[in-house]
Write a protein that binds this ligand. Structure first.
Ligand SMILES: [Zn+2]
Length: 305
């Protein structure tokens, strides 16, 4: 299977996958740079890309460069994940030094020069490079504004990137782990807090809808909001802000995904900080900029009231 043929399985995970040049590409980093599959030139502005649509995926597979291309994913906010790139012995040394054993099992794959761990993204995490002794050796946290090569891409040495057994996103053996505290310390120090109100109030069109819904769902799930409330409020937000609104089943699918990443704590009442349901609806409607009545109706409907 060519690397690009796996793109749809990654897109199903809501990952902003992107085609990369092949290992024979005449460039300083063959096999690692986002590429235009029609022209074979490197892409600019790829940082703003989202999750490819089924039509885009089909165009990719029918392009002249489809068989040679590698596949990568935008890290950080677009895919709601961060990559920890551990390169060589120097990378492992730095990992041990910073992690001090705090390495919850998570998705992991082998790269040409080492391995890569994937953790759930958190708002504000930035990309950081921690250099080792060797030229390529080191530790890197890949978040906003970066991308990383994915299995089964081919490394210029001929090695094929491969998921560790039981550590892939599909088998269900290991779930995606939350971001460990040491990563937050290294990557979050200068991060500005995210302006959720501004995000929720900005109208979004086609390409922006999916990543924004993913962000909002993950944000609310990480705050421990009740699943039915998250669905209800995102449906209200979808109607108010998405041009055109997305299909409701898609919203539910994204919320289900977000809850898998941030399982609700059963012993913690999700609405503890809200005195009443009405107060909650009022505050959310205000935060998301949709009308109170619309939010209330949808919440009532969602709650089966
Ligand atoms: Zn290239």
């Amino acid at each position: 299977m060519s690397a690009l043929e796996t793109a749809s399985s990654y897109a199903d995970l809501h990952w902003a996958v992107i085609p990369l040049c092949g290992v024979k590409h005449q460039c300083p980093s063959p096999g690692k740079v986002p590429v235009n599959l029609q022209t074979g030139t490197h892409l600019s502005g790829w940082q703003g890309r989202g999750i490819p649509t089924p039509d885009e995926l089909e165009t990719w597979l029918n392009s002249p460069l489809a068989l040679r291309a590698n596949i990568g994913v935008l890290t950080g906010r677009p895919s709601w994940l961060i990559g920890i790139d551990i390169d060589g012995e120097g990378g492992e040394f730095l990992l041990n030094k910073h992690a001090q054993g705090d390495l919850p099992p998570t998705w992991e794959y082998q790269t040409g020069g080492g391995r890569r761990l994937i953790y759930a993204y958190e708002e504000g995490l930035r990309s950081v490079k921690i250099s080792g002794d060797g030229e390529h050796e080191g530790l890197e946290i890949l978040a906003d504004g970066r991308q990383m090569v994915l299995p089964p891409s081919v490394h210029h040495t001929g090695y094929t990137y491969a998921w560790q057994s039981g550590r892939d996103p599909w088998s269900g053996s290991t779930p995606l782990a939350p971001c460990p505290a040491w990563v937050r310390t290294l990557a979050g120090a200068n991060a500005a807090p995210k302006d959720w109100v501004a995000i929720a109030r900005t109208p979004v069109s086609h390409g922006g809808r999916h990543p924004t819904i993913v962000q909002l769902a993950a944000h609310m799930a990480s705050k421990g909001e009740a699943p039915e409330y998250i669905v209800a409020i995102l449906e209200a937000w979808n109607e108010a802000r998405c041009k055109p609104p997305k299909d409701v089943t898609e919203i539910r699918r994204i919320v289900a995904w977000a809850l898998e990443q941030h399982p609700p704590e059963s012993d913690k009442p999700a609405l503890a900080e809200w005195k009443t349901k009405d107060q909650w609806i009022r505050s959310k409607a205000k935060e998301l900029g949709c009308s109170l009545e619309a939010a209330r109706q949808i919440v009532e409907r969602g709650m089966g009231a």
